[in-house]
Design a protein around this ligand. Structure first.
Ligand SMILES: *[C@@H]1O[C@H](CO)[C@@H](O)[C@H](O)[C@H]1NC(C)=O
Ligand SMILES: *[C@@H]1O[C@H](CO)[C@@H](O)[C@H](O)[C@H]1NC(C)=O
Ligand SMILES: *[C@@H]1O[C@H](CO)[C@@H](O)[C@H](O)[C@H]1NC(C)=O
Ligand SMILES: *[C@@H]1O[C@H](CO)[C@@H](O)[C@H](O)[C@H]1NC(C)=O
Ligand SMILES: *[C@@H]1O[C@H](CO)[C@@H](O)[C@H](O)[C@H]1NC(C)=O
Ligand SMILES: *[C@@H]1O[C@H](CO)[C@@H](O)[C@H](O)[C@H]1NC(C)=O
Length: 460
């Protein structure tokens, strides 16, 4: 069952380039090839360098035991097989086209809860950004010992401060003001866990930075980096945790340090491995999106003993993953005991011409939000959003949506661009053209993810 053929980075880069080029050609035939290669290069380097960004805390960056799993918990309706241990060397023995097959869930145990009541509550996600230069940011970048070098934009040379000072103003109501003590009281005796990819990790770091200042240094701790990283506050007997699971379900990209980009294999009928870790949390915040935007993925069904995979496009793969996850939520979450949130897609700003026609470049050198109400760029895929909405609505009151997509779309100024640590050496050619290596995917801190957390605070 283990098909071990290590794959070098150059091969993986080449593969993703050829895949992406083909896909883009279908969509936008007028796009110059150079731009395509550039885009793919940026995406690949940034996703690749993610392998290092988990080093939030240099002191703790020693190697970890990746396969430290807790014992299998109570039955999941999902699978009756020993979990396949996929790792980054796993490869399909052969690949066939997707057969259209779906997981057969044991729906007898599903209890979807009541459908969400359509109260006359305010839509917190529609509104505008207001410059609030004295009340924001909610913390200082240099005051947070858990800050990531990938997100600390000021430390890495960004000199405009504007991006830190924006407040989100919903159209028909006000946000409850962030209150760190009130938040800790909500977390007392609880485990708050973020589960997902590096965008979700950014939101977790933001939450830790928002929360840590009121806890004395000797009463708080951060565990070493691992698939599950834990911030602990003794006095409150509470933890704020991050679980690396970029595709939500079991995959060969689950190693937080050296994850794999090409030939991603997912087990579409298994959330077993990750659920064993997240099922103990009281408050769960999930996300998944960008990892599905990189071309086809391979499906390895639990009944497939010979390493034969089915190939499916990213959106189809994401839907299968969301359905597996939703099945776990439906059969395991009692909304009176556990709160589950899903954070929608985090937009990217890779093409300046989308908000400023005829221009070149990306988010590099952008210092102000977009003011055009309803702006929507190509970084937020509508078919994905529709699929997500459908899956989430099937869960009724068992999940609360934190719909950050539109509000973050406005924030072309919020990305690190060149002001972050890059782990690979930049060539003189890249340095001469900063847009070529700008990170227009992640978000500076303090910044946009703080507002995502303020939104989360409204629902706790
Ligand atoms: C798990 O399932 C097996 C058989 O399907 C059953 O015998 C066992 O009691 C179940 N365990 C729990 C904890 O539900
Ligand atoms: C707030 O804005 C004013 C005017 O734009 C500026 O003079 C001042 O330095 C700003 N304060 C901070 C804390 O950024
Ligand atoms: C950030 O630092 C400045 C100057 O050091 C200080 O005036 C301000 O109160 C700090 N802000 C927060 C939220 O701690
Ligand atoms: C701390 O919280 C855990 C749940 O996260 C609970 O099981 C434990 O009893 C709590 N301990 C104290 C001392 O309150
Ligand atoms: C960055 O923007 C400023 C004005 O906002 C402009 O003067 C400058 O030329 C831009 N730099 C680059 C490299 O595009
Ligand atoms: C999020 O909000 C957008 C509008 O900004 C909407 O189109 C989309 O369906 C919402 N997504 C979900 C999952 O509710």
């Amino acid at each position: 069952m283990n098909f071990l053929f290590p794959c070098s980075l150059s091969v993986s880069l080449f593969l993703s380039i050829s895949i992406m080029t083909q896909r883009w050609h279908k969509k936008r035939t007028q796009l110059p090839l150079l731009a395509l290669v550039l885009f793919v290069f940026i995406l690949s380097t940034i996703l690749y360098s993610e392998s290092n960004i988990h080093r939030i805390h240099q002191n703790h960056a020693h190697p970890v035991d990746h396969h430290r799993q807790s014992t299998p918990p109570a039955n999941y309706s999902i699978l009756k097989r020993p979990p396949v241990i996929l790792d980054r060397f796993s490869k399909c023995r052969s690949t066939v086209k997707y057969s259209g097959r779906k997981a057969r869930w044991d729906t007898g145990r599903l209890d979807l809860g009541r459908p969400q009541l359509n109260e006359e509550s305010c839509d917190l996600f529609t509104g505008k950004w207001v410059f609030a230069n004295s009340s924001y940011p909610l913390y200082n970048e240099s005051d947070c010992p858990y800050m990531s070098d990938q997100l600390a934009c000021h430390k890495h040379g960004r000199r405009d401060w504007g991006y830190q000072h924006w407040r989100w103003q919903p159209e028909n109501c006000n946000l409850k003001r962030w209150n760190v003590i009130e938040m800790w009281e909500k977390l007392r005796g609880k485990r708050l866990m973020f589960v997902g990819d590096s965008l979700n990790r950014g939101q977790w770091i933001s939450m830790v930075c928002l929360l840590q200042s009121v806890i004395p240094a000797d009463k708080r701790s951060m565990s070493p980096n691992a698939p599950l990283t834990i911030f602990r506050a003794e006095e409150y007997n509470a933890t704020v945790e991050f679980l690396w699971a970029p595709l939500l379900i079991e995959s060969n990209s689950d190693d937080p340090v050296n994850h794999r980009l090409d030939e991603r294999i997912i087990c579409p009928d298994s959330v077993f491995k990750h659920a064993a870790q997240w099922e103990h949390a009281d408050i769960l915040v999930f996300n998944t999106y960008l990892w599905w935007r990189q071309g086809p993925v391979m499906l390895l069904w639990s009944s497939e003993a010979n390493g034969v995979c089915e190939e499916i496009d990213g959106l189809g793969g994401m839907q299968l993953a969301m359905e597996a996850w939703a099945n776990w939520v439906a059969s395991n979450v009692d909304p009176l005991k556990k709160q589950v949130f899903f954070v929608t897609m985090s937009p990217t700003h890779l093409w300046k011409r989308e908000w400023e026609p005829e221009s070149e470049g990306n988010c590099y050198n952008e210092t102000n939000p977009i003011t055009d109400t309803g702006y929507w760029g190509s970084g937020s895929d509508l078919p994905t959003m529709n699929m997500v909405e459908k899956v989430l609505s099937s869960l009724g009151s068992k999940v609360t949506v934190i719909n950050i997509t539109q509000l973050s779309e406005y924030r072309k100024d919020g990305h690190p661009s060149i002001y972050r640590k890059f782990w690979e050496t930049l060539s003189p050619k890249q340095l001469a053209n900063p847009a070529s290596y700008s990170d227009c995917i992640h978000w500076c801190l303090p910044g946009v993810p703080d507002i995502w957390n303020e939104l989360l605070f409204q629902f706790l």
